[in-house]
Design a protein around this ligand. Structure first.
Ligand SMILES: Cc1cc2nc3c(=O)[nH]c(=O)nc-3n(C[C@H](O)[C@H](O)[C@H](O)COP(=O)(O)O)c2cc1C
Length: 362
């Protein structure tokens, strides 16, 4: 929705689908109003406008701004950008511009705007319009938005995206790619669609790199990393237990997780962290939840292959350093040892292919 306001007059606004980026240097965008639009002359007169990228739940707002009703802003919550142009509450992002040029083009105008101010308001999905219907983007995979320090890691994700999408389709599961960045584990990308309504992407979630989290990095990592990780276990008697778990990870070629109620709380924290882009460690009960998670038991429960619900595999570079970890979860519950073996084999195959792709560049 393109909005504009002038002192002493009601604000103007219109829904447009024709919005595009034009130039980065200088920052220019464009949209194309119809010559018959009654809102466009008001926007042109204001000389400034704001592009509001509606969120997936704002269909009614889009419909309203596609009508010719006299006061499209009645009862709508909004605040002015520095230029005064309305920012509609609940949008995914907004871009405030000054009009740079207006060119006639058939029965439309091409309006170029110079970007003066912009913000990503929230990490949700945008509203889409296609063949006369409204909908939302169902991502095959989604990467964490740009954040400081993630640049090189997001290039790595591009190298493994195909494997993430293939394995999530093959196993009807979800797949995330993690990186260890300093003392944190960051979910860089998420592929696959949750069957749970309202489930959101985990891309962007951050967790502390403390046991039992991150065993694949440690299992294939340096002695220094192993010492650093194990040192965070308070009870020295437990450390030998963790050594045995790390050995089982290398032996199996993957790390496995056996969910329990603590995992449900953990998943909830992960979703929260992905939404806020803040570390889940901030949650006060985080340590208690971590202690309840079960990863990499020495023996897998042979009588219950369905107990394994999470499988993680490493993606190595040429120096055999773990660059990423791919974790799959949400696959249909395995009912036989054969089912479980197939899942583990497919996860490992995805890890091996991803490793081959990464090794071509790193
Ligand atoms: C999804 C969608 C996309 C639209 N895209 C454009 C567009 O790119 N340009 C345009 O002039 N009108 C577009 N419209 C129609 C305008 O929203 C509508 O004609 C206009 O706002 C009518 O009111 P007005 O006279 O106040 O401008 C679109 C409408 C919808 C629902």
């Amino acid at each position: 929705v393109i909005t504009a306001a002038q002192p002493g007059q009601a604000p103007a606004g219109m829904a447009v689908g024709s919005f595009t980026s034009v130039s980065l240097e200088p920052p220019l965008i464009a949209f194309l109003p119809d010559r018959g639009s009654s809102s466009w002359p008001k926007i042109e007169q204001a000389g400034k406008f704001c592009v509001n990228v509606l969120s997936a739940d704002q269909e009614q707002i889009c419909r309203r701004f596609a009508t010719k009703m006299p006061d499209k802003f009645a009862g709508l919550a909004w605040r002015p950008a520095s230029s005064g142009a309305p920012i509609i509450e609940g949008v995914v992002a907004w871009v405030a511009c000054e009009i740079e040029s207006v060119q006639p083009a058939g029965d439309h105008y091409v309006v170029i705007g110079r970007v003066r101010e912009l913000r990503l308001e929230k990490p949700g999905l945008p509203l889409l319009f296609y063949q006369g219907g409204y909908g939302r983007f169902l991502p095959l995979s989604m990467a964490a938005g740009e954040a400081p320090g993630l640049g090189d890691h997001l290039r790595l994700v591009d190298l493994v995206r195909d494997q993430m999408e293939a394995v999530s389709e093959e196993l009807s599961c979800q797949c995330v790619a993690w990186a260890q960045i300093a003392d944190e584990l960051v979910i860089l990308a998420h592929a696959g669609i949750s069957s749970r309504r309202g489930a959101s992407t985990l891309a962007g979630a951050r967790l502390p790199f403390v046991p039992p989290l991150g065993s694949p990095w440690v299992a294939w990592g340096s002695d220094d990393l192993r010492r650093h990780w194990l040192a965070q276990i308070k009870d020295p008697n437990e450390r030998s237990d963790y050594e045995a778990r790390l050995a089982s990870v290398v032996e199996r070629g993957c790390s496995v997780g056996i969910p329990n109620p603590a995992h449900r709380e953990f998943s909830r924290l992960l979703e929260q962290s992905a939404q806020s882009r803040a570390s889940a460690a901030a949650a006060s009960d985080f340590r208690r939840i971590l202690e309840g998670l079960v990863y990499d038991p020495a023996e897998l429960p042979t009588d219950d292959p369905g107990a394994v619900r999470i499988v993680s595999v490493p993606v190595l570079d040429r120096a055999s350093k773990v660059r990423l970890v791919l974790t799959i979860y949400g696959f249909p519950r395995p009912t036989t040892d054969g089912d479980l073996q197939r899942i583990v084999d497919l996860a490992r195959a995805a890890g091996n292919l991803a490793t081959a792709h990464v090794r071509a560049s790193y």
